[in-house]
Design a protein around this ligand. Structure first.
Ligand code: SAH
Ligand code: F3S
Length: 484
């Protein structure tokens, strides 16, 4: 008994000591993120881990003791942007030689210790699954040693870390539900940089959303490389199960169920999710979306190409016909659904015919938005190893422009569908163009601007849509929606 009390006492003292340390050890962290929403959310996790070590974030590079850049490897240009940024840090480090610089994220994972040689300014290199090790790595750097941890994990989800919200508007936030990707699309570096797919415990997801609600957040976007393959059955990898019946015996929660749980438990929160993968998306998800008013009627459903030959070469596990059938079914169940795409122009072996198939598929779907890219070969991917990047840059650019032009036409077509309607909009900030107008998004994710009047940030407002451009709806508020 005495023994136990002693231990408890020591623990208490330890806690007091840590608190003291925190106060006296007030260091400044400057953290920047490039790339996907997942990176933005990871930086918030990193800020939380380091706040335990007494680091507060600063917006000023010159004030920073520690500068961290969360990097993206998806295309060559993304990596170049980060390298240019590192040059800028150089000037700051010249002014403040004690400043330490760390590289996080996908470039850290891809380049590993090579980063330290290639970019002299870099002191530490930390991959996406190693952020818990940051306090130790920083100690190593301070002791003058190299600090690299790029070990990928089978089960790290940072489920217990409560992110410090960075650059937040206080209204909408991201919550990660899966990490990594098992799909191995032949063009994509993500499976190499972010490792195997793993799902986060639904309990910790719901807890995080509850704490966001208490802080008055109104919209949550559930994040994953591939949210539709979310599956919780107690942790670890899906493939650890020996067979299907063993897996079925575990009490599993899939994405449709998770979405249903979230929307039911938090009826006042508006939910979005990203990214969906057509090969894993089930109509169960669409039925759950139809059931709940607070799940936004918008799906980002990347297809990459409209040609069966290219889809096959990309190792996407569906045909154009299967994709179009899925889209038709989605529109049938929820006619007002907005869809968006990712497209890659000029993948290895893409012919003019393949490209026409892409334009044709776009005509069929008429996406509301699109994220379109010229193919960029990534070292280490199957496409880099086994295929030839044989479409000329000129052709890639021309095809990309044709895809972008068609998307703009469809975006305008979709935007016009909203004109004349009254739509619920969540106010997220002031319009960039006019300080007297609010901006927010409707359920389909289209930006809406309207005169501020007496409304405030975070209000759900019914807005009459009077006019539009291809990207923005222009309206006037007609009153609060019943969601307030
Ligand atoms: N998990 C998502 C995609 C993540 S990467 C999915 O299911 O598709 C985001 C987008 O970047 C991809 O959809 C793809 O369009 C683009 N992309 C990925 N690798 C690329 C490459 N090597 N060149 C050009 N674009 C690429
Ligand atoms: Fe990349 Fe394909 Fe996964 S695009 S993130 S490997 S679904």
């Amino acid at each position: 008994m005495e023994q136990i009390e002693k231990v408890i006492d020591e623990k208490k003292q330890g806690k007091a000591l840590i608190t003291q340390q925190k106060e006296s050890n007030n260091k400044k962290l400057f953290i920047e993120s490039y790339g996907c929403q997942m990176n933005m959310n990871d930086s918030e996790i990193v800020a939380a881990i380091l706040s335990e070590q007494g680091y507060n974030t600063t917006q000023s590079l010159d004030d920073a003791d520690l500068v961290l850049v969360n990097t993206c490897s998806i295309r060559e240009k993304a990596e170049q942007t980060v390298r240019n940024r590192l040059q800028k840090y150089n000037h700051a480090k010249n002014r403040n030689p004690k400043m330490k610089v760390g590289v996080l994220g996908c470039m850290a994972e891809r380049l590993k210790a090579k980063f330290l040689e290639e970019e002299k300014i870099v002191d530490l290199v930390v991959g996406p699954d190693a952020y818990r090790d940051l306090p130790n790595l920083i100690e190593e750097v301070e002791a003058g040693r190299d600090a690299v941890n790029v070990i990928l994990s089978k089960d790290e989800t940072y489920g217990d870390v409560s992110p410090v919200r960075l650059n937040s508007n206080g209204v909408s936030a991201f919550v990660s539900i899966t990490r990594g990707c098992d799909n191995m699309c032949t063009f994509c570096v993500v499976p190499f940089t972010r490792g195997r797919e793993r799902s986060r415990d639904p309990k910790s997801i719901l807890e995080e959303i509850r704490s966001m609600q208490e802080k008055n957040f109104k919209e949550i976007t559930l994040l994953g490389q591939n949210v539709d393959s979310y599956l919780w059955y107690g942790g670890g990898l899906k493939k650890d199960f020996k067979n299907a019946s063993e897996m079925a015996q575990a009490t599993a929660v899939d994405f449709a169920q998770l979405l249903d749980m979230c929307a039911t438990e938090f009826p006042k929160i508006r939910f979005r999710f990203s990214t969906s993968n057509p090969q894993d998306m089930t109509l169960d998800v669409i039925h759950v979306m139809a059931k709940h008013k607070n799940i936004c009627k918008y799906i980002h459903l990347p297809v990459q190409s409209g040609s069966n030959a290219i889809l096959k070469a990309m190792n996407r596990q569906h045909t154009r016909e299967e994709y179009m059938e899925l889209v038709d079914n989605i529109y049938k169940i929820i006619p007002e659904m907005a869809l968006s795409q990712d497209m890659i122009a000029g993948f290895c072996g893409e012919t003019e015919e393949d490209h026409k198939d892409t334009l044709d598929l776009m005509e069929h779907v008429k996406y509301s938005f699109g994220f379109m890219f010229a193919y960029s070969e990534r070292p280490g991917t199957l496409a880099a190893k086994k295929m030839t990047d044989d479409v000329s840059l000129e052709t890639k650019k021309r095809r990309l422009q044709e895809i972008i032009n068609l998307q703009q036409k469809h975006s305008l077509y979709r935007a016009k569908e909203h004109v004349g309607q009254i739509q619920e909009v969540l106010i997220e900030g002031t319009s960039k163009k006019n300080p007297n107008e609010w901006k927010g998004r409707n359920t389909q994710n289209t930006v809406v601007v309207f005169p501020k009047e007496h409304y405030k940030m975070g209000d759900f407002v019914n807005v009459k849509i009077n006019d539009c451009t291809s990207t923005t709806l222009l309206g006037t508020a007609v009153g609060y929606s019943d969601n307030n």
